[in-house]
Design a binder for this molecule. Structure first.
Ligand SMILES: NC(=O)c1ccc[n+]([C@@H]2O[C@H](COP(=O)([O-])OP(=O)(O)OC[C@H]3O[C@@H](n4cnc5c(N)ncnc54)[C@H](OP(=O)(O)O)[C@@H]3O)[C@@H](O)[C@H]2O)c1
Length: 294
């Protein structure tokens, strides 16, 4: 069996590639640079040519433009990267009878606090990122043998690029830099290693359709950062509590992004990680000497 991971050099792509290799499965990575195959997913011909060349059994698409500001500034390009490739992959998956996994987002819910949203819950598309990711879901689902996974991931990218949320938080905790802790911004964040392991378990079961795969607990960013600092033995003396609504800028952000993972837990036959499990995983990786470049 051969799996093609598109977006293999990113936060999730690196963890997924590791997990696939650990299971003894052939994996080929694709990104614009630094991967086995150099390909821009916005280039339809190149994407098609490279997929035909690899002849994968499974395609996991985790390539995306994840910067909300950039998506807002360049919506057409965001569509070319986040949405259109899913339609191209879907067509190939149908023709070649492949299994297609599209990594989606949780960025679809607003105004209901820490509610756990089920897969069938009505969504709200507040910004270009959400619009393009939701369009990708619809494109992916054209293929009957496709799985769309909604999530919120945390971890270390280990790259000389914009730091991830966790890289930024740990840096701020260690340097006692000022931080505003949002108590009205909720997610079910899962560590990329935990996500990758459970995703491969789901793939083994050939599940199709839309599925939430995340932590079993919904937490505010304030609760997440406070729990992380506590486990690091650090005191937060330079923080203030704030609201996501007070953040200016062009992008309207969804803030009630909790996911209900009951369906995934039933398929998997085990519980998905709690907040404490996620934080333990983050600190295990950090203390294990992960390289962070802030
Ligand atoms: N990070 C989060 O908080 C979060 C939350 C929920 C859902 N997600 C979803 O999870 C998935 C993975 O996100 P991530 O955080 O791992 O993103 P990331 O770290 O920014 O990685 C993105 C990957 O996509 C590749 N890529 C970007 N533009 C490309 C293009 N035009 N052509 C080919 N490859 C391209 C990047 O490599 P190159 O730049 O070298 O091409 C990189 O390998 C995405 O679908 C995202 O929407 C992320």
């Amino acid at each position: 069996m051969k799996i093609l991971v598109i977006g293999s050099t990113g936060l999730l792509g690196q963890a997924l590639t590791c997990e696939i290799k650990k299971r003894g499965i052939d994996v080929i990575g694709m990104a614009r640079s630094g991967a086995d195959i150099a390909c821009d997913v916005a280039d339809k011909r190149s994407l098609e040519k490279n997929i035909f060349c690899v002849e994968p059994d499974i395609i996991i698409n985790c390539a995306a433009m994840v910067d909300l500001n950039k998506c807002e500034e360049k919506p057409e390009y965001a569509y070319m990267v986040n949405a259109r490739p899913a339609s191209i992959i879907s067509n190939i998956a149908i023709n070649k009878s492949l299994y297609f996994v599209q990594i989606s987002t949780d960025h679809y819910y607003t105004g209901d606090g820490n509610l756990k949203h089920k897969e069938g819950e009505a969504v709200r598309l507040l910004n270009e990122y959400a619009m393009t990711k939701y369009a990708a879901e619809k494109f992916a689902l054209i293929c009957p043998n496709s799985l769309v996974v909604r999530t919120n991931i945390v971890g270390f990218r280990n790259k000389d690029r914009t730091p991830t949320f966790v890289e930024w938080v740990i840096h701020n905790i260690e340097s006692n830099s000022p931080m505003t802790l949002f108590d009205d911004y909720f997610t079910s964040s899962i560590h990329v290693k935990q996500f990758s392991s459970s995703l491969l378990d789901i793939i083994e079961k050939n599940h199709t359709g839309v599925l939430n795969l995340a932590s079993s607990e919904v937490t505010s960013k304030k609760a997440f950062i406070t729990a992380l600092a506590k486990k690091m033995g650090a005191e937060l003396t330079n923080t203030t509590t704030g609201s996501l609504r007070d953040v200016g800028g062009k992008v309207v952000r969804a803030e009630s992004n909790g996911l209900d993972v009951e369906v995934a837990e039933n398929i998997l036959g085990y519980k998905l990680p709690t907040l404490d499990d996620v934080i333990t995983c983050i600190l295990d990786e950090y203390e294990g000497g992960v390289k962070t470049e802030i």
